[in-house]
Design a protein around this ligand. Sequence first.
Ligand code: HPA
Length: 273
Amino acid sequence: MFTYEQYKESAEYVKDKLAGRTPEFLVVLGSGLGNLAQMVDNPIYIPYSDVPYFVVSTAIGHVGRFVAGNIGGKLVLMMQGRFHMYEGWTAEQVAYPIRVAKLVGINNLIITNAAGGVNREFGPGDLMLIDDFIRLCIENPLIGQNIPEFGERFCDMTYTFDKEYQRLFEQIAIENGVSLRHGVYYFASGPMYETPAEIRAMRLLGADAVGMSTVHECIAANHCSMRILGISLITNMAAGVLDCRLSGEEVIEAGNRASGKLSRMVYDFICKA
Ligand code: HPA
């Protein structure tokens, strides 16, 4: 369990690096989407290994640092690399940077991920606005003593994803000639991809996409009243949807192919929000 003092100590370190300026957004960049970090002006790099109590991301396609910089005159803090439970971290460690960002003074979160398409109407390269998620595992970043400075013990999850943000992103999609999906994200711990039977079960439960991240970060962000925009990039059809094997390289490559489009849209979103 982390204490409030530890969160504060991490936040003080990051604030110090930002020389007193408060970013408007935290942007979490999913697998293969790290190139948005190259689009900021005057970047400042903060390796996770330098931040007190941070763990180090070991996942492929994840660099492992904060990048702070300007987009359309607004300061944003990006996570180039995130933590996953399949790396062996707890849900609390996975969500740690979100609470640190909150204490840095950031109230808005844009969270992206690579995901497998469970909905048969989806295809690789599609973007899905996350309307809600399903997390049927026991782990949860809020288990343990509640830290009331962040939020209530029993946190309401009815309006986790911000409707106004979604409307703005939809408008930006139209301007960019991109058709957007909406759907429910299902958390699977990984690191193996799911079995075809699991994917069929997820579809019956109402899932549209499946991935190994995002939900614990969103729980922590919602608990501390951050506004959240969640976007999944469908990098592959989930196991068994097509008659083929899945590979991590395929996910990274699809992420790289589509990341220009997503990066541009997130850039526009930040400018207009
Ligand atoms: N399953 C789980 N996580 C993923 C997938 C998938 O098919 N694709 C990208 N992330």
